[in-house]
Design a protein around this ligand. Structure first.
Ligand code: ZN
Ligand code: ZN
Length: 181
């Protein structure tokens, strides 16, 4: 049975970026649901760990859960901060099947690794991680197909290799979870 019919992107402490429109348009095309932005909201400051210089990821989901949300609405948080989860040095994103997810952009930018900025690669990674986390919200587990967006990413090389498309098996599950008008 389908559960979700719209995606809302919520920036954490981030002004509009040059790639905002492209992200919205790409997600609308991939999931075939309306996608829109809500105004930015503050970072969950209590999630900051000064010794790690990172934010815990879970409080971002809690912040999103605290917002008003329609029953079929998926909330996708985006932050430029670096996130971690217990047992992980860092995470690219985090999701709950109850309707919210977040992606962390910091490690998707080549400049984090001392490399020159690459807009094309940066945007492709943002889209890939966004699609992956929304996939988890839709109930998809990790996929063994290394070309599928639901393949687990342990590194940026994995993210770059798999791209932002679902394999046919995952695509079928996405279609079942999305309510098309
Ligand atoms: Zn995952
Ligand atoms: Zn797959």
């Amino acid at each position: 049975m389908c559960r979700y019919d719209t995606v809302t992107i919520i920036p954490f402490d981030m002004q509009e970026q040059p790639w905002y429109e492209a992200l919205r348009d790409s997600l609308e095309e991939i999931f075939a649901v309306p996608v829109r932005y809500r105004p930015q909201i503050p970072l969950p400051q209590s999630a900051y760990d000064a010794s790690r210089k990172q934010y815990a990821g879970e409080p971002f989901l809690q912040r999103l859960f605290s917002l008003e949300r329609a029953s079929g609405e998926i909330l996708l948080g985006i932050t430029r901060e670096d996130l971690y989860a217990s047992g992980m040095n860092f995470i690219f994103g985090l999701a709950s099947p109850a309707g919210v997810c977040v992606i962390a952009l910091k490690r998707l930018d080549d400049r984090f690794y001392g490399l020159p900025e690459n807009h094309t690669r940066y945007f492709r990674r943002i889209l890939t991680e966004a699609v992956h986390e929304i996939g988890h919200v839709l109930g998809l587990p990790h996929c063994e197909n290394p070309r599928c967006v639901m393949h687990f990413s342990n590194s940026l090389a994995d993210t770059d290799a798999k791209g932002y498309r679902f394999c046919p098996v995952c695509e079928k599950r996405v279609k079942e979870a999305i309510c098309r008008r």
